[in-house]
Design a protein around this ligand. Structure first.
Ligand code: GUN
Ligand code: ZN
Length: 444
């Protein structure tokens, strides 16, 4: 049995914070000890107490003065878009047709998919993200590469083979039958293997025929425990085109509802321009609106009314995500900095406790995985991030005047990126240090 004791400042949310002074919403241990046993968190508490209970010879890692938190969770990104990031386009549909679809065609090649999968997990770990919810490409090869690499790294990942059978290049199309059969095969091959979760993944209503939407609905009925992920209400032209393709539907959300895809395990990317009726329908179904701030700004899609959706009489559940490669950073810190600015432009406040809740427990709850990830609760996976608020000279200078925990969190969010990630632990193993060791070995 491998045991490790970490020392540092522990921070873990118990529930969504109600305000900046809601200290009940989180656990904070100034001189904390966190005991890891066989990839799980075995105990947390004051360092002195945990040390006293631990075996004399235990391996100990001192992360003081850094913060130890549950690893970040990224609720929506596209694994085949690592080389699409930073593509210059006027809007979503131009960006998809000009850069994204051609690039995703390359994932029919196993060697390419495997190479990008290696880089994908390196970047997640470098940025403190220990669980992500990803779209693969339409090709089963891409899902195989994605999940095989997750098993190799022992990471808890959610992903899906994209289903798309129209309005894209030939090399990126399946058929209703293929989409159904290959998704079933991906589930059989990968769901529950290692720490993998397979998600049913119709890309969006524009690229699926009604027959394929029926097939996605059939999968949802056969596998009610699986997540479903798709896109909804991102861009005005997209919404208009979608409603033209499904003239019988009341609105965009109603299309997914019609095919049985509106449920409490459905993750809808974007949801920027929902009507009141659509927000009500999402709330009643318990579906998740996944906010992707860097993408929304980069593609000029719009300002997501996060606070307004949470404040409604019928609140909508929220997740937060990078949306690589429409998004422009792998960092959840950069992501929440942009989320903050979007709320500023809408005249709303997103406080730093709220941001860190969403990156950890909030996203875990949105995935119904809070019993495994998103907190420092004993018995859950030891997926952790270690944050250094003085990672750069400019941050260190600002830290000289920082007095409170929320101020420190806000500094990390406003100025931090991968440099502020001192370490990422995956199932109790220091994964970022392992990346640097690997790089040194390759360079030799
Ligand atoms: N809608 C359908 N596909 C995509 C995608 O790859 N990225 C974004 N941002 N929106 C989409
Ligand atoms: Zn997306």
């Amino acid at each position: 049995m491998t045991k490790t004791l970490l020392r540092g400042r522990l921070l873990s949310f118990r529930r969504a914070p109600l305000s900046l002074t809601d200290t009940e919403s989180y656990l904070y241990e100034e001189d904390g000890g966190l005991l890891i046993e066989d990839g799980l968190i075995a105990a947390i508490g004051p360092y002195a107490d945990i040390k006293a209970e631990a075996p004399e010879s235990i391996a100990e890692i001192d992360h003081r003065p850094h913060l130890i938190m549950p690893g970040f969770i990224d609720m929506h990104l596209h694994f085949p878009q690592m080389q699409v990031i930073a593509s210059y386009a006027a809007n979503l549909l131009e960006w998809l047709n000009t850069y994204t679809f051609p690039e995703e065609c390359r994932f029919v090649e196993t060697a390419h998919a495997q190479r990008i999968a290696g880089h994908f997990y390196d970047e997640l770990i470098r940025h403190g993200t220990t669980t992500a919810v990803a779209y693969c490409s339409v090709h089963k090869t891409s899902a195989d590469a994605f999940f095989a690499e997750a098993v190799k790294r022992n990471m808890r990942m959610v992903g899906g083979k994209v289903m798309m059978d129209r309005n894209a290049p030939q090399g990126l199309l399946d058929t209703p039958e293929m989409g159904y059969d290959e998704t079933r095969q991906v589930i059989a091959d990968w769901h529950g293997k290692g720490r993998n979760h397979v998600a049913i993944t119709p890309r969006f209503a524009i690229t699926s025929t009604p027959a394929q939407m029926e097939a996605a609905g059939a999968l949802a009925r056969e596998f009610p425990d699986l997540h479903i992920q798709t896109h909804l209400s991102e861009n005005h032209d997209e919404i208009k085109y979608t409603c033209e393709l499904y003239p019988e539907a009341a609105d965009y959300t109603d299309i997914y509802a019609h095919y049985g895809l509106l449920g409490d395990r459905t993750l809808f990317g974007h949801c920027i321009h929902l009507s009141e009726r659509e927000a009500d329908a999402m709330s009643e179904a318990g579906s998740i609106a996944v906010h992707c701030p860097t993408s929304n700004l980069f593609l000029g899609s719009g300002l997501f009314p996060m606070k307004a959706l949470v404040r409604r009489e019928k609140p909508v559940r929220i997740g937060v995500a990078t949306d690589i490669g429409g998004g422009s950073s792998y960092s959840m810190l950069r992501t929440m900095d942009e989320a903050y600015k979007i709320q500023q432009l809408l005249g709303e406040r997103l406080n730093p406790l709220d941001s860190y809740y969403h990156m950890t427990l909030g996203n875990a709850e949105a995935l119904s995985l809070e019993d495994r990830i998103g907190t420092l609760e004993p018995g859950t996976d030891a997926d952790l991030v270690v944050l250094d608020a003085a990672a750069t000279p400019a941050m260190a200078l600002k830290m000289e005047v920082v007095k409170t925990l929320p101020e420190e969190l806000f500094l990390l969010q406003t100025m931090g990126d991968d440099r502020a990630i001192a370490e990422s632990y995956v199932a109790g193993v220091a994964a970022k240090a392992n990346l640097s060791n690997k790089q040194r070995e390759t360079a030799r």
